[in-house]
Design a protein around this ligand. Structure first.
Ligand code: 5RP
Length: 263
């Protein structure tokens, strides 16, 4: 790995713990103003000190995040479909150029791949092209193994296939979903894996259990959105997640920390 690329990746995945808490706020790129992310700047502001990296699209970066920040940015560059497209969200292209990623001084770029979808080939070729550009510019690529409505399967067999393909085509790290037997996904993916949180869960403890289990089974961290900023106490939530990811807290201890910080 070239020095620049390695240095950028090391800004995201903390070398001292080997782990990362990324905060995902890119949802608007196909969902519009989702609940609690109507004004991204206000949502992000109190959470930024606790995020090792922020994942977002360029419009929110330029308009809602202060340029004084030291937090590494992971720029979503794929897109092209909205939730109104119905079942098929997979028809994505590369919607933001590598030139703009460099101009924005980001630490990584992110795109979704839709393995098994109608646009599987197109999104894999998007990945291959982005990796070529990333290698040229020294910018790591995060491949997100998206699971659209047309792809209900989130089992280890499917996710291991999707993550492995992402790595085979050159992604420097991969974002996927947690599932039963997650270790099978992690063991067969030769690059670092982070998990998305998915829709808000019923209890905080469920979120903490998922994060603990993902780390124990081989994930290097989380790239979480809704389960943090849709919570009534988002700062307490991200700090408790940090306890799990960086300080080896158990789900129960994380919950105690969450309760104390929420008081
Ligand atoms: C969409 C994404 C989102 O950033 C991702 O789903 C993470 O957010 P959440 O924890 O809310 O699921 O990459 O493709």
């Amino acid at each position: 790995m070239d020095w620049g690329l390695s240095n950028r990746l090391n800004r995201i995945i903390r070398p001292d713990t080997g782990h990362v808490v990324m905060l995902a706020v890119d949802h608007g790129y196909f969902l519009g103003p989702v609940t609690k992310l109507e004004q991204p700047g206000e949502t992000v502001d109190p959470l930024l000190p606790y995020a090792d990296a922020l994942m977002l699209a360029r419009g929110v970066l330029r308009n809602c995040v202060p340029a004084e920040t030291d937090t590494p940015m992971v720029l979503r560059v794929s897109g092209g479909r909205s939730i109104l497209a119905g079942e098929d969200l997979s028809d994505e292209g590369l919607a933001t150029s590598m030139d703009d990623a460099v101009r924005l001084n980001v630490s990584a770029v992110a795109l979704s791949i839709f393995v098994g979808s109608r646009h599987e080939r197109q999104t894999i070729l998007n990945l291959a092209k982005l990796v070529d550009q990333g290698e040229r510019m020294g910018i790591p690529v995060l491949a997100v193994t998206a699971v659209g409505k047309e792809l209900e399967k989130r089992d280890a067999r499917y996710l291991a296939l999707a993550c492995r393909m992402a790595a085979e085509f050159g992604a420097h790290f991969v974002k996927t979903y947690f599932c039963d037997d997650f270790h099978q996904v992690a063991e067969s993916c030769p690059v670092p894996l982070v998990i998305a949180g998915g829709p808000s869960m019923d209890t905080e403890l469920e979120v903490f259990k998922m994060a603990r289990s993902a780390i124990d089974q081989g994930a290097v961290g989380v790239d979480m959105g809704r389960n943090i900023w849709q919570n009534e106490n988002p700062v307490a939530m991200i700090r408790a997640i940090r306890g799990i990811v960086h300080d080896e807290l158990s789900p129960e201890d994380a919950h105690e920390l969450f309760t104390d910080l929420s008081a």
